[in-house]
Design a protein around this ligand. Structure first.
Ligand SMILES: Nc1ncnc2c1ncn2[C@@H]1O[C@H](COP(=O)(O)OP(=O)(O)OP(=O)(O)O)[C@@H](O)[C@H]1O
Ligand SMILES: [Mg+2]
Length: 344
C-alpha cells in the first residue's frame, strides 16, 4: 500500500512542559499509505507527539513536515490532517449526519457536496441506518465509527488516531481493529495510530515506533520489533507474558556469551523448549504455579533464585512441583549487554 513518497517527516523534535522534557530528539519517517503505530506505556509522550503533528501543541525545536511542507508555523486547520480522539468528542445534540458534515458546513460546502460525502462515508462505514440518530442512541462501536466518519469526510492527507479503541469492550475492540485495518487498505490512508496495547500495534502496524520516557527505543516492522528487540525495554514490552531475562552467569558459557559482554539472556515463554530427558544443553526448573488460559498453560518456574515463565500445552498434565528440562540449545535466545542493548 505504500508508494515510497514521504507523507510525514519528523526531524529532531523536542518538546518540554516547563522543565520536563517529554519528547527528546524524535526523528521519524513515514511513507504515503503507511500505518505507523506509536506504542509505549502511559505517560511516555504518545499523545503529545500526535498533538505536535496535528499542530495542537507547539514544538521547542526540530521540525514536522507533512508531504514536503514544513508545518512548524502552520495552524492545525491548515495542516490537512484529521484526528480521531479517544473520547470521540461527538456533538450530543446533533444527529449522526450533522456530526459528520459539521466541518463541511462550517467550511461553507454546498448541500449537494455534503450529501455526496455522507453517502460515500456511510457506505464505507456501514452506518446508513444510523444517520438520523443522536450519539446517545448509539453503541460504543457505532460512536467510534461516526467519529471516524467525521475524519473521513475531510479527505485528509494524514489520519491521526489517539487510542480510538480504548473504551470499547474486548470483543468490539477486535471487530473495530479489523474495520480500521480494512479502512486503511481500501482507502489507502496514511495513518498515525497511538496505543499502549502491543497486540493492537502488532496486528495493525506496517511500522511500529516504540517510545519510552519520550525517547524512541526502536522503529521497525512488527516482526522486527518482536523478534529482534533493540533493547531490554522493547523485549519486555512486546509480548505477554513478558520475555524471561536470565542472568548470564547462571547458565553455561556456551549459551551465555559472557565473553561478548552479555549480562542477560532473554527467552520468551513460548520459546522455552521443554524436553523429556536432561542433557548438557538443559537447565532444570521446578514448577511453582500454573495459570491455565484455555489453549495454553503458563507455568511459573524456579530456576535457582530466578523466577521464569514457560508456556506449556494446556493438556500436558503438568502440576506444581514437577521438574522440567529446558533445552537452551533449541530455545530462541536474545542477548543483552549491561546497558540493556541487544548484542547481535
Ligand atoms: N499540558 C501538560 N503540562 C505538563 N505536563 C504534561 C502536559 N501534558 C502532558 N504532560 C506530561 O507529559 C508526559 C507525556 O504525556 P502524554 O499525554 O503525551 O502521554 P501518553 O503517552 O499519551 O500517555 P497515555 O497512554 O496515558 O495517554 C506525561 O508525563 C504527562 O504527565
Ligand atoms: Mg495519551
Amino acid at each position: 500500500m505504500t508508494d515510497n513518497s514521504t507523507i510525514l517527516e519528523i526531524n529532531n523534535l523536542k518538546k518540554s512542559y516547563g522543565h520536563i522534557e517529554v519528547l527528546k530528539d524524535i526523528s521519524i519517517d513515514m511513507q504515503q499509505g503507511e500505518f505507523l503505530v506509536l506504542l509505549g506505556p502511559s505517560g511516555c509522550g504518545k499523545s503529545t507527539l500526535l498533538n505536535c503533528i496535528a499542530g495542537l501543541e507547539e514544538i521547542d525545536s526540530g521540525d514536522v513536515k507533512i508531504g514536503s511542507e514544513t508545518m512548524n508555523d502552520v495552524p492545525p486547520k491548515e495542516r490537512n490532517v484529521a484526528m480521531v480522539f479517544q473520547s470521540y468528542a461527538l456533538y450530543p445534540t446533533m444527529t449522526v449526519r450533522e456530526n459528520i458534515t459539521f466541518g463541511m458546513k462550517i467550511r461553507g460546502d454546498s448541500a449537494a457536496e455534503m450529501a455526496a460525502e455522507i453517502e460515500r462515508v456511510a457506505a464505507m462505514l456501514q452506518i446508513n441506518p444510523l444517520l438520523d440518530r443522536k450519539p446517545a442512541e448509539l453503541s460504543g462501536g457505532q460512536r467510534q465509527r461516526v467519529a471516524m466518519g467525521r475524519a473521513l469526510v475531510r479527505k485528509p492527507k494524514l489520519f491521526l488516531f489517539d487510542e480510538p479503541l480504548s473504551n470499547l469492550d474486548a470483543k468490539l475492540r477486535v471487530e473495530m481493529r479489523a474495520e480500521i485495518k480494512d479502512l486503511h487498505e481500501t482507502v489507502g490512508a496514511s495513518i498515525v495510530y497511538v496505543t499502549h496495547d502491543q497486540i493492537e500495534a502488532m496486528t495493525l502496524a506496517d511500522k511500529i515506533c516504540v517510545l519510552n520516557v519520550g525517547v524512541i527505543q526502536q522503529i521497525g516492522s512488527p516482526d522486527e520489533v518482536y523478534h529482534q528487540p533493540a533493547n531490554i525495554f522493547v523485549a519486555e514490552f512486546m509480548g505477554f507474558p513478558a520475555m524471561n531475562m536470565i542472568d548470564a552467569t547462571h547458565i553455561s558459557a556456551e549459551f551465555a556469551r559472557t565473553v561478548e559482554g552479555v549480562t542477560l539472556v532473554g527467552v520468551r515463554p513460548e520459546d522455552m523448549v521443554v524436553v523429556a530427558n536432561w542433557s548438557e544443553n538443559c537447565i532444570e526448573v521446578e514448577i511453582v504455579s500454573i495459570e491455565n488460559t484455555g489453549p495454553d498453560a503458563f507455568a511459573s518456574v524456579k530456576f535457582g533464585d530466578e523466577k521464569l515463565i514457560i508456556r506449556l500445552n494446556a493438556r500436558s498434565g503438568h502440576k506444581n512441583g514437577d521438574v522440567l528440562n529446558v533445552d537452551l540449545e533449541q530455545s530462541i535466545k536474545h542477548y543483552f549487554d549491561s546497558d540493556g542493548n541487544r548484542v547481535v
